[in-house]
Each structure stands twice: as structure tokens, then as C-alpha cells.
Ligand binder design. Structure first.
Ligand code: GLP
Length: 246
């Protein structure tokens, strides 16, 4: 069951989700528990990250008890590469907050043993008791994380081949499609579905069709976001343009 929440603009959506995260951190830290967040990259979560930074700076929200797991990383790109997701997260979120460095997890696109990196990633998520709240964007292919079609409901963190649509969509950041990696590491659909709460964000008309498919099509590997219909606590945060085809 997917709940939809329509927001007048990106900023309002960001404030609503940031408030939810802040409440979760406050409740859990009062009883001495960490908060485990699953995080996403792409342009969509940027207003949310800006709002979390504001809450930290202006409202003294501490992230010292937060543990994070990012969804994905490009194969072959490391922390110093400006298009790596590790670099993106440092720039747009982590360096502005007080999350202990040891609490931050992102698949290692430079690992010499990618398969082991993926099984270790799953084990690290399990070791902290699972993800409390997962932030998601969505790709026009129906991907969540980098789970391109076809991605089965039981997939786990693994190496994936990137769809050409996704490479083209993401080439704007690289300047040239030839520079976009062909592979990536991503949490699987099953990994994402195990998060206790999922908040997917989509803005703009370019996402309207895939949002319609994710909500209305029968769940299948052809549109991996449809698997979210099986999640008991999943909300799609949309602006009017992204909700246009519903
Ligand atoms: C990338 C990421 C996804 C993200 C998608 C959408 O492909 N791997 O996690 O959801 O981009 O990006 P944007 O938010 O820029 O539309």
C-alpha cells in the first residue's frame, strides 16, 4: 500500500520529511537508541538535505546518534571523484552535520572484491538492527537505488548494469555520457523493503509517468518501484507535476 502526499512545492516537502526524521531521532535518542537512516543521491533529496542542515545549525538537532547507509555507488568511482556518491554525500550533507564518520556507510565502488563488499554491506545493516527510515528517489526507468528493470523482489545488495536511459539522465552531471560508468553497486529491492518506513520523493513532470506506473501497475521486476506497493509504511511525497498522471 503506497500512501501519497501532495506538497505545494519542494521546500514544503523537504520540511515535512525533515521534521519526521528529526522526531524519529529525538524519540530514539531519548531512549538511548541510534537512528538508522537509508539515504539517496540525485537532485531530488537536495532540498531535504538543506533542511536537515538548517535544523542542525539553527535548531541544534544533533545527528551524533545517527547511522547512515546510502543506497548505491558507481563502480570505479572513489571518494575524491566529484561524481561519486560518496563525494556527493560529503558535500551536500555529511560535512555539515555531526554524524560520526564511523557511522557512515556507502558501498565501495573501488573495492577489489565487489561481491564481498555487497555481502558485508548487508551484514552491516543487519548488525545495527535494520534501517528505520529509508529516503528514496526514483529513476525514469522505474529504478529505486540503482535497481534497474528487471530487478526481482528478493534482490540484495549487488553489482548492477546501468540502463542506458539512466546513464543518459545522469550524464548531465558528468558532462559527457562516455564518462558515466556502466556499472554500480546498489542495495537490493529486498534490502529496501526491509526498512521500517520508506519515504520516496519525486518532483516535476518528467517523473509523472513513472509515478503512475509505480502506484498503479501490478508489482513486477519490469518496474522495480512497483515492489513498494508491498511495503506496509511507504509514502510518496510528490509535487503537483509529479502527481499529474495519477
Ligand atoms: C540516480 C540514483 C537514484 C535516484 C535517481 C533520480 O540514478 N541512483 O537513487 O533516485 O538518480 O535522480 P534525480 O533525483 O536527480 O532525478
Amino acid at each position: 500500500m503506497i500512501a501519497t502526499r501532495l506538497h505545494p512545492d519542494k521546500q514544503t516537502a523537504a520540511q515535512a520529511i525533515a521534521r519526521e526524521i528529526a522526531d524519529l531521532i529525538e524519540i530514539r535518542s531519548k531512549s538511548g537508541k541510534p537512528t538508522v537512516l537509508g539515504l539517496a543521491t540525485g537532485s531530488t533529496p537536495l532540498p531535504l538535505y538543506a533542511e536537515l542542515i538548517r535544523l542542525h545549525r539553527e535548531e541544534k538537532l544533533s545527528f551524533s546518534s545517527v547511522i547512515t547507509f546510502n543506497l548505491d555507488e558507481y563502480e570505479g568511482l572513489g571518494a575524491t571523484h566529484p561524481q561519486s556518491y560518496r563525494f556527493f554525500m560529503e558535500e551536500n550533507l555529511f560535512r555539515h552535520l555531526d554524524i560520526p564518520a564511523a557511522n557512515i556507510h556507502i558501498p565501495d565502488g573501488l573495492s577489489k572484491d565487489l561481491a564481498k563488499n555487497c555481502t558485508d554491506y548487508e551484514a552491516a545493516i543487519r548488525a545495527v538492527g535494520g534501517i528505520d527510515l529509508q529516503i528514496l528517489g526514483i529513476g525514469r526507468t522505474g529504478h529505486i537505488g540503482f535497481n534497474e528493470p528487471p530487478s526481482a523482489v528478493d534482490t540484495r545488495t549487488r553489482w548492477v548494469h546501468l540502463d542506458e536511459v539512466t546513464r543518459r539522465d545522469n550524464s548531465a552531471f558528468f558532462g559527457d555520457i562516455a564518462l558515466v560508468p556502466h556499472g554500480a553497486l546498489t542495495m537490493g529491492v529486498a534490502t529496501i523493503l526491509e526498512a521500517r518506513r520508506v519515504e520516496l520523493i519525486a518532483f516535476g513532470e518528467a517523473k509523472a509517468d513513472v509515478i503512475r506506473r509505480a502506484i498503479q501497475e501490478t508489482p513486477s521486476a519490469h518496474c522495480p518501484a512497483t515492489w513498494l506497493q508491498k511495503h506496509p509504511h511507504c509514502t510518496f511525497h510528490l509535487d503537483a507535476a509529479a502527481a499529474k498522471a495519477l
